[in-house]
Design a protein around this ligand. Sequence first.
Ligand SMILES: [Zn+2]
Length: 243
Amino acid sequence: MLDVIKRLLILQKRDQKIIQVKAELDNLGPQRQLLRAKTARAQSDLEAARSKFQQLETERKNAELEVDGKKQFIAKYSLQQFQTKKNEEYRALAHEIELCQNAISKLEDRQLELMEQQDVVQKEVAQTARTAAGMKKEVETQLAHLDERETELQKMLGDLNTGREQLAEVVENSTRTRYERLLKHKGEKVIVGIDHGVCGGCHMTLPPQVLVTCQGDQEIMSCPNCGRILYYSPEMDLAPNSQ
Ligand SMILES: [Zn+2]
């Protein structure tokens, strides 16, 4: 194998690690967002349960006030009954009192219903509160792990970048420029082997002349299709796959 290819392979290995670490770093933001969305969702479930409880509470208090109002009417009508001398008026007031009493009875039934519903919702509130608290704790732990990982990755990236220049410097200039350009456009797989007569990058069948030149180990060959730099090592099988 050509020396320059050996050097390029070492450089490529380093660049692949750098790309991996950068990708993991880039992924930290979305991961954090996902975790925060989980907490927000649990919190909004809790708020919904609380507001359902509050609505029932308001309705129950309104029914209570309505009962008080009806009771005041009954007191007023009773007083009027006591004061009147007319039978017809007395009966009319008795009828009004009865209507109020019926209404009170219905309102009291409704209050009981509401209290039962509140019991159920109260349990729901407690459950969602536990879930939200658990979720918050879990997310905080995971976020702390991500922070630790970020510090680790930043350090790794620093270490990988340190020394990358030395690895690149030992590659002769024009080849290095070619490599850097390919790295920019093709990503992390730039120096590729020959696998059963095809390019290890784009998988197109290589012309026999290219295979022979590669095997000759005298000059750097590129894949005529994708432009990646090809290399050959003795363990590679140059023969095409038999169908
Ligand atoms: Zn190719």
